[in-house]
Design a protein around this ligand. Sequence first.
Ligand code: FAS
Ligand code: PHB
Length: 393
Amino acid sequence: MLMRTQVGIVGAGPAGLLLSHLLHLHGVESVVVENRSRDYVEHRVRAGVLEQGTVDLLNESGVGERMQREGLVHHGIELRFGGRGHRIDMTDLTGGRSITVYGQQEVVKDLIRARAGADGPIVFGATDVAVHDLDTAVPRITFRNGGETVEIKSNVIAGCDGFHGICRPSIPSGVLSVFERTYPFAWLGILAEAPPTHEELIYAYHERGFALYSMRSPEITRLYVQVAPEEDIGGWPDERIWQELHTRLETDDGWKLREGKIVEKGITGMRSFVVEPMQFGRLFLAGDAAHIVPPTGAKGMNLAVADVRALARALTGFFKSGKTDMLDAYSATCLKRIWRAEHFSWWMTSMLHRFPSDDAFQHRLQRSQLEYVARSRPAATSLAENYVGLPFD
Ligand code: FAS
Ligand code: PHB
């Protein structure tokens, strides 16, 4: 079967879905091709924190109604070390900006519903997805669906298929420069049916390792502990997870973490990764297909949003007036923000995690850095403005 569209999009994660939605708002057609089922993508638990810019964009583009109703607006975070908590008042430090805690899977559901409402074609369960003729004016996506081979001819392809997708590897060798760092630890994350006992996120530095206290709703807590990179989730029964969380999050004033039924658990590796450029011919990479950050700075999904905001603007200019200047500058435009977020995510990770190779000197440096951020307004402002998200332009 042959399909034609203006923009073929591979991947129905936040990047692909938001790009399709933004293009639709500007009268540009697209088709999204996703290899997983709709149910799978709508229930894949990942990010939880939306930057101010992401929240504003979702509201401005008409898909923020449920986020406004169910999202949790937060004005600060807590750094916890040495048995004490230190609140960073981000809204005060950034002149009114804040974050919203709203699960990535909820954003995905809202975007799929918006696309379905506009009859935006999303193909779920596609197999053997491949991209072709990227350096021509008619790049193609082929895949199998329902026992049929399908070909999509388009003017542009957006590679929004994540770190393990097929688009980035389809770029000929020698074109891309790869910048990468892997970390000697991973995050074990759980979702627990336990009402949060703290109203904001807590980032804890502890001699046994990092811990993060987050949430999804007034009923669901989201928690993470730093573990060794090769850990197997089978070696982490619930009791062991709770024990580590209590130890790493406890404070001298007796703050207590409430336990509950663990409904989801998993281990995520930690890496920093960027490819330059983010484009080849008529293929444009966006989101995790082009870059990965350690989740300590809560930047992953927000960077994907910033990429597709820039790509949607560039494609609209291309299709509406034939201009290619914003498309030609797409990589450079995105990489400024990407490298700022890469640095911030590396900085938060380096400050808050115990590295196996570190010595007592390094531990003192980390404590000194944490104490400085906790007491210095300029230092706290630097953390706050990066965490809530720098203005897009
Ligand atoms: P995604 O990976 O979300 O979406 C890519 C889509 O492409 C997926 O639906 C995939 O099924 C599809 N796809 C892949 N290959 C395909 C193919 N061959 N054909 C068709 N479709 C294909 N970020 C945070 O900020 N905080 C967190 O706590 C956090 N936790 C994470 C935990 C995990 C396990 C992972 C992997 C990532 C986490 N991230 C987190 C980062 C994450 O939120 C990403 O930044 C975000 O999903 C990026 O969105 P996309 O670029 O759309 O990529
Ligand atoms: C989450 O709630 O999943 C979350 C919050 C902050 C992070 C990472 C993950 O830095």
